[in-house]
Design a protein around this ligand. Structure first.
Ligand SMILES: N[C@@H](CCC(=O)N[C@@H](CS)C(=O)NCC(=O)O)C(=O)O
Length: 218
């Protein structure tokens, strides 16, 4: 039986949940999922036991509770150093932390204008200027990483914490038909082809439609 429990929310709408879940998969952690619905008041009390911030994702592993996505990523990197969630090279590692931090603390316009919704497709979606600036910054980050580390992932041959942080942006770019150049489009394909991503997307597709869109931060 798995000794770790990852608390998550909707697989269709839960961008932070996807980040934490993908990190756990990339780290090779055996875990069970606890899916909570923020609409259910009974769940709130249970939620507090699992996540001190009342936000997901939250990881419970051998009595250690870790909430907040970046903290989960750092914890998993310590737990499974061989998985190299952070690159071995110090310069690349600093770069990986910097762009992961940028995703963690920024891109508010992109998040609110293009919320994650894996099941949906909005062809020719009209993007407003601030969200466009966020999109342009994401593309610049990806382009720099892909040319520096030669792909197919942001830091080279294997996916890292940064790829998990940007995975919900990958699904958004597909949902909202965001135009991409060849290198960024190839990156999107590689992320979507990860077995873990395919598993997540299949579960999102199978999620009942009546799950309300999360009204907190995406
Ligand atoms: N900074 C947090 C953000 C987590 C977050 O905003 N999670 C959202 C959903 S993906 C949440 O739990 N919202 C409250 C709720 O759904 O009840 C992190 O890195 O984990």
């Amino acid at each position: 039986m798995a000794t770790a429990v990852l608390t998550i929310s909707s697989k269709n709408y839960g961008a932070w949940a996807l980040r934490g879940w993908l990190m756990a998969k990339l780290a090779g952690l055996e875990f069970s999922e606890k899916v909570i619905s923020s609409d259910d008041p009974a769940m709130k009390a249970e939620m507090l036991l699992l996540s001190s911030s009342m936000l997901v994702p939250s990881l419970l592993h051998k009595g250690i509770k870790v909430w907040d996505t970046l903290a989960i990523g750092e914890y998993l990197n310590e737990l499974s150093p061989k998985a190299q969630l952070l690159p071995a090279d110090a310069k690349a590692r600093a770069h990986c932390r910097a762009i992961s931090g940028e995703m963690h603390s920024g891109f508010g316009s992109l998040r609110s204008a293009l919320p994650m919704n894996i099941k949906a497709h909005f062809p020719q979606f009209k993007v407003w200027s601030r969200a466009q600036a966020d999109i342009d910054r994401v593309k610049a980050i990806w382009t720099e990483c892909l040319s520096t580390y030669k792909g197919p992932y942001l830091f080279g041959k294997q996916p890292t914490l940064a790829d998990a942080m940007y995975a919900p942006v990958v699904t958004r770019f597909l949902s909202y038909d965001v135009p991409l150049d060849k290198a960024c489009a190839a990156y999107v394909k590689h992320i979507m082809a990860l077995p873990a991503m395919q598993e997540w997307v299949a579960a999102a597709q199978a999620e009942p439609d009546e799950i309300d869109e999360l009204d907190a931060e995406f």
